[in-house]
Design a protein around this ligand. Structure first.
Ligand code: BES
Ligand code: MN
Ligand code: ZN
Length: 475
C-alpha cells in the first residue's frame, strides 16, 4: 500500500505537511518562534498554503476552510489542496511525505486522496525522463482507523488501475487483453472471472456484439466477474455493466481523426470503471454479492464490417436496424444487459462512453445519468456522487423519446437522430432490461484532454469512486 499511518523509523528524509482548519490553532511544535510568526502572518494574508524551508526538510502548512458550507464542495477543495501539494513535493524531489492531520478525518482522507491521485503517471511507454519522486505517503491522524486507510488505499489503487487501462492503446489492449487484465485483477482480489471467447459468444447468440466485431481482425470477448463472499448482505446481486469498445473507429460510419477518432482508445472507460470497482470492493472485503459484465471488441471498418442498413438479431431476440455503425456501444451493451437478467439483480449500474451528446451537454464536469430505479436508490446515488465529486446530472427517460428509435423494418433502429442523443441511447438500452437500471453516460468524463487537478490528463478512472462509494453504503 502506498499510504501508511506512519513513516518507517529509519526514514528521516521526508517533507512534512501540517493540515489545519484554523489559521491560528494548529500543532506548531516543529517551528521556531520566527518561523511560526512567518507562518501565521502568511495565513492571515489569506495564503492557504505556506512553505517553510527548514534546511533539512520542507514543512508545509495547509489551511483547509469550508468557505461555502457545502460539504461536497469542501471535500473537493481538500482534494484540490492535496493536488497543489503534490506538485510542490515532486518539484523539490521529495521521496516521502508525512501528513500530520491531528483531529481531522474527512479532510485528511480527501486531502490524501487528491495528493495520491495527482501523483499518478502513465509512463509505461516512456524511454526517457523521470518518474515523480514521491513514493511514500504517511497519513497520521488520531481520527483515522486502519479500515479508513485500507479503503483509501484501495480506491486510489483501483482508480489508477482504471486510468492505466484507459491510457493503454489498442495495439496492446485488444479485447482479449482487456479480458486478460480482468482475470489478473480477479486473481489478486479473489473474484471468479469467466471469459467467453468468440466461439462461446457465437453459441450464446450475442448478435449485437458479433455485429460490431465483424469488421475486426481481433476476436471479441465477454468477461463475467463474480464476487460472492461468504456472509454477503444482499439477497439479490448488484450487477455492473461496462462498455468495452477497446477502439472506436466508427466502423464504416468512420470518424474523422482530429479530436474524435484520435482518442477513441478511451472507449472502454466504462469497462475499466466497473472492472476496477468490483476489484476494489473485493480487495476491501465489502460483504456484497456483485457481478461485473464486460462485452468487448474494437469497432473497425474491415472488409466484412456491418453496413448501415443491416438488420441484426440481438441476444434477447429483438431485431435492430443498424443505420450508423458508429452507434456501436448500445449494440454490445444490449447483449450484456440481456445477459444480466439471469442474475435477477437488485440493481444494474451500467457505465459507458456512449454519446457525444452527453459530452456536449455537460463537458468533463459531470456524466449523464438516466435511471429506472426508485427514488430512494436515485437519491442515494446522487448523495454518493456528491461525496466523491463524480457528479451526475439526471436526464429523463420519457416515453416520447422512445418514438425516435422506431424502425421501418426492425423492432428498433440504433440511432435516434440529432435531438437528445444521450436519451435516445438510454431508451434503446431500456428495451433489453427487466430490472431496476441506472445508466451512466461517461463520454465526457472518462478521458480529459488537459490536466484537470487530481484527475490528471488522459484517463480519469471516473466511475470507480462513485460505484464503490454507493455500494459500500449498502452494507
Ligand atoms: N464512443 C462514441 C462516443 C464518444 C464520444 C465517447 C466522445 C467519448 C467521447 C460512441 O460510440 C459514438 O460514436 N456515438 C455516436 C452515436 C451516434 C452515431 C448516434 C455519437 O455520439 O456521435
Ligand atoms: Mn461509436
Ligand atoms: Zn463508441
Amino acid at each position: 500500500d502506498m499510504i501508511k499511518n506512519k513513516l518507517a523509523d529509519n526514514n528521516l528524509d521526508y517533507s512534512l505537511v501540517i493540515l489545519t482548519t484554523s489559521a491560528t490553532k494548529f500543532d506548531a511544535s516543529v517551528f521556531s518562534t520566527d518561523e511560526l510568526k512567518y507562518v501565521k502572518d502568511e495565513l492571515k494574508n489569506k495564503k492557504n498554503l505556506v512553505a517553510v524551508n527548514q534546511y533539512d526538510r520542507m514543512v508545509y502548512v495547509c489551511l483547509l476552510e469550508n468557505k461555502s458550507k457545502d460539504q461536497s464542495l469542501y471535500m473537493e477543495s481538500c482534494r484540490k489542496a492535496g493536488h497543489q501539494v503534490t506538485a510542490l513535493l515532486n518539484k523539490t524531489k521529495a521521496k516521502s511525505v508525512l501528513i500530520e492531520a491531528r483531529g481531522l478525518r474527512q479532510e485528511a482522507l480527501c486531502f490524501t486522496e487528491g495528493l495520491a491521485l495527482t501523483n499518478y503517471q502513465f509512463r509505461k511507454y516512456k524511454t526517457s525522463g523521470d518518474n515523480n519522486s514521491l513514493e511514500i505517503i504517511a497519513l497520521h491522524s488520531n481520527k483515522l482507523t486502519d479500515k479508513d486507510l485500507l479503503w483509501l488505499n484501495t480506491i486510489v489503487e483501483a482508480t489508477c488501475k482504471a486510468r492505466d487501462l484507459v491510457n493503454e492503446p489498442v495495439n496492446y489492449l485488444t479485447a482479449t487483453q482487456l479480458s486478460n487484465e480482468m482475470v489478473k485483477l480477479g486473481k489478486q482480489a479473489g473474484i471468479k472471472v469467466t471469459v467467453l471467447n468468440k466461439k462461446d459468444i457465437e453459441k450464446t447468440g450475442m448478435g449485437g456484439l458479433l455485429a460490431v466485431n465483424k469488421g475486426s481482425q481481433d476476436p471479441p470477448t465477454f468477461t463475467i466477474m463474480e464476487y460472492k463472499p461468504a456472509g454477503h448482505k444482499n439477497k439479490k446481486p448488484f450487477v455492473l455493466v461496462g462498455k468495452g469498445v477497446v477502439y472506436d473507429t466508427g466502423g464504416l460510419s468512420l470518424k474523422p481523426t482530429a479530436n474524435s477518432m484520435d482518442y477513441m482508445k478511451c472507449d472502454m472507460g466504462g469497462a475499466a470503471a466497473v472492472g476496477c470497482a468490483i476489484y476494489a470492493l473485493a480487495k476491501a472485503k465489502i460483504p456484497l454479492h456483485v457481478v461485473a459484465l464486460i462485452p468487448a471488441t474494437d469497432n473497425r471498418p474491415g472488409e466484412n464490417a456491418s453496413v448501415p442498413g443491416d438488420v441484426i438479431k440481438m441476444y434477447s431476440g429483438k431485431t435492430v436496424e443498424v443505420l450508423n455503425t458508429d452507434a456501436e456501444g448500445r449494440m454490445i451493451l444490449a447483449d450484456a444487459l440481456h445477459h444480466a437478467k439471469k442474475y435477477h439483480p437488485a440493481l444494474v449500474m451500467e457505465f459507458s462512453t456512449l454519446t457525444g451528446a452527453a459530452s456536449s451537454a455537460l463537458g468533463k464536469y459531470a456524466c449523464a445519468f438516466l435511471t429506472t430505479a426508485d427514488q430512494n436508490q436515485n437519491n442515494a446515488l446522487k448523495k454518493s456522487a456528491a461525496h466523491v465529486y463524480e457528479r451526475v446530472v439526471e436526464f429523463p427517460m420519457w416515453e416520447e423519446y422512445g418514438e425516435l428509435i422506431k424502425s421501418d423494418v426492425a423492432d428498433i433502429k440504433n440511432v435516434g437522430g440529432p435531438a437528445a442523443g444521450m436519451i435516445t441511447a438510454a431508451k434503446f438500452l431500456e428495451h433489453f432490461i427487466d430490472y431496476p437500471y441506472m445508466h451512466f453516460d461517461i463520454a465526457g468524463t472518462a478521458f480529459v484532454h488537459a490536466e484537470d487537478s487530481y484527475r490528471g490528463k488522459g484517463g480519469t478512472g471516473f466511475g470507480v469512486r462513485l460505484i464503490t462509494e454507493f455500494l459500500k453504503n449498502k452494507i
